[in-house]
Design a protein around this ligand. Structure first.
Ligand code: NAP
Length: 496
């Protein structure tokens, strides 16, 4: 049942920021697993680059350490053969050195890579801070390192607001075509996120009911147990709205709400996602709740508050956000989408709940109570789908109705195949090499998402909004519950 492993075309991959956390923890282990599966052709080369001056052998040692930690059951022979593909060059993204005798710097990169070749894909992965994206694009171009067969991969965050995203798009566009730019949102590479499209468009069952006539409302929850430790300074400048809502939750919303694309093709899918973002109504200030985690009563002082973690006593950055969104189109008019995400919540859980409307008339009378179908799509952990259906309670005593789950855990249904499923970075990196942009955000999509987000953030600033405190380990601030209760609804519980 597992898909066949088809080797990708020969490629040279340059990872800028190869000594950093993302490269060591995600990108290189992902490449290693593809190597183990025989998906990387013999001639594929992986070149690390960063400012730190070190030999290729030292870089290989660094990667080997990371693999031993991140892939504990890795076969030592496989590690050895993977390391043999790796090389390293010290260079600074922002500085040029014209000294051609140097073994470091951009000229050394030119010498190592040679001229771009039509039969060899060349990928530059920008795993560095966003301020280096533009200098890197310029250096690559200035050194003649790119041609039409060259792709660049740009990590999130893609801009801080609409203006910065536009400026970045413009700089990248002056050197690369949109078809060469791969903006990563690793959420889109998750098996279950893609399953959203398979469930919606691969089954006749759901699509006829997928509209405001049959769906009462939809809840999208991305809850995390971790706090912001390790990313304090970045997070305090960013907040949950920019870090999660503008990209991950927005992408989930698009996949749930979009029209069926004519085909599973990058631009057809991204055109439909863009239409959803553009149809989003501005969010009313009373339809959004911000929160910041605090220490629960009785907890020890080791349980740091958000402000203690980031070391800013008066920080007004939100670690939680919940909002009600409306999509102004024929399909969704009148069906609200409730979205929430937060840190230090009760459980780690990403889930989409689709609440269907009550049957128009109950033939069982008032005593039977209210029963409506609920489709739950669990993205993590324990990926799967549950459909709550109404049946007769077994036994004598008349027609009493109960709701039971039709439950499918992908782990149970697919066994090892789901355990062995490729992780998001593996899938996304091989998609880049194959030239498939379906799971990457297009420039106009990113800008439209910022255009919707910016006024919300500007409104908080203008109103001097202060996030509501919520206890670490809870489900978020009480006001988020009121957001739904005012509409006669409740959040579905956050379960591990
Ligand atoms: P990091 O640990 O700080 O690593 C940054 C890398 O960039 C290091 O290898 C650093 O090495 C290199 N670098 C810095 N300045 C440079 C320069 N002028 N020229 C060349 N190389 C330079 O950062 P990270 O966590 O890996 O994140 C990298 C990017 O991915 C960021 O945009 C981040 O937002 C994004 N991201 C990270 C994660 C994650 O889980 N870490 C998740 C999603 C997105 P030297 O100092 O030796 O040059």
């Amino acid at each position: 049942m597992v898909s066949r492993v088809i080797p990708v075309d020969p490629f040279d991959l340059v990872i800028f920021g190869a000594t950093g956390d993302l490269a060591q923890r995600k990108i290189l282990p992902a490449l290693f697993r593809r190597h183990c599966d025989g998906q990387l052709p013999q001639s594929a080369r992986i070149l690390g680059a960063a400012r730190r001056d070190m030999l290729a052998a030292e870089f290989r040692d660094l990667v080997a350490d990371g693999l031993h930690r991140g892939v504990p059951d890795a076969d030592p022979d496989q590690i050895r053969s993977f390391l043999a593909r790796l090389d390293y060059l010290a260079l600074d993204a922002t500085e040029d050195t014209d000294d051609t005798t140097q073994t470091t710097g951009w000229q050394a990169l030119v010498d190592t890579l040679g001229s771009p070749q039509t039969d060899r894909v060349r990928v530059f992965y920008f795993s560095v801070g966003p301020s280096l994206f533009a200098p890197l694009a310029e250096q690559i171009w200035a050194h003649g390192l790119a041609d039409t067969n060259t792709r660049i991969v740009v990590e999130k965050p893609f801009g801080h607001d609409l203006a910065s995203a536009r400026a970045l798009n413009k700089t990248l566009a002056s050197h690369f075509d949109e078809g060469q730019i791969y903006r990563i949102d690793h959420y889109l590479g998750k098996e279950t996120v893609q399953n959203l499209m398979a469930v919606r468009f691969g089954n006749m069952l759901f699509e006829p009911l997928w509209n405001s006539q049959y769906i009462d409302h939809i809840q999208i929850t991305v809850a995390e147990m971790v706090g912001v430790a390790g990313r304090e300074s970045y997070y305090d400048r960013t907040g949950a709205m920019r870090d999660m809502m503008q990209n991950h939750l927005m992408q989930l919303l698009c996949l749930i709400a979009m029209e069926p694309p004519a085909k599973f093709d990058p631009d057809a899918v991204r055109d439909e996602k863009l239409k959803v973002i553009r149809a989003l109504e501005p969010v009313e200030p009373h339809h959004i709740v911000r929160g910041q985690y605090v220490r629960p009563t009785g907890a020890t002082s080791e349980d740091l508050t958000y402000r203690e973690t980031v070391g800013a006593e008066r920080s007004t950055t939100e670690s939680y956000v919940a909002l009600k969104a409306h999509i102004s189109n024929w399909r969704w008019a009148g069906t609200p989408f409730y979205l929430r995400t937060g840190k230090r919540l009760v459980a780690r859980s990403s889930v989409i709940n689709v609440f269907f409307k009550d049957a128009p008339h109950s033939i069982f009378g008032a005593d039977a109570g209210r029963h409506a179908n609920l489709l739950t799509i669990r993205l993590q952990p324990d990926e799967g789908i549950t459909l709550k259906v109404t049946i007769k309670e077994p036994g004598p005593g008349g027609m009493r109705l109960i709701d039971v789950p039709l439950d499918m855990s992908f782990a149970q249904a697919l066994g090892d195949n789901i355990q062995n499923a490729t992780d998001a970075y593996e899938r996304l990196i091989t998609d880049v090499i194959r030239g498939n942009q379906t799971l990457f955000m297009r420039g106009d999509e990113v800008e439209a998402a910022w255009a919707w987000t910016d006024p919300i953030i500007a409104g908080w600033g203008a109103r001097g909004d202060v996030p509501k405190p919520y206890d670490s380990g809870s489900t978020g601030p009480g006001d988020a519950d009121l957001l739904l209760r005012r509409d006669g609804r409740d959040w579905r519980g956050i379960k591990p």
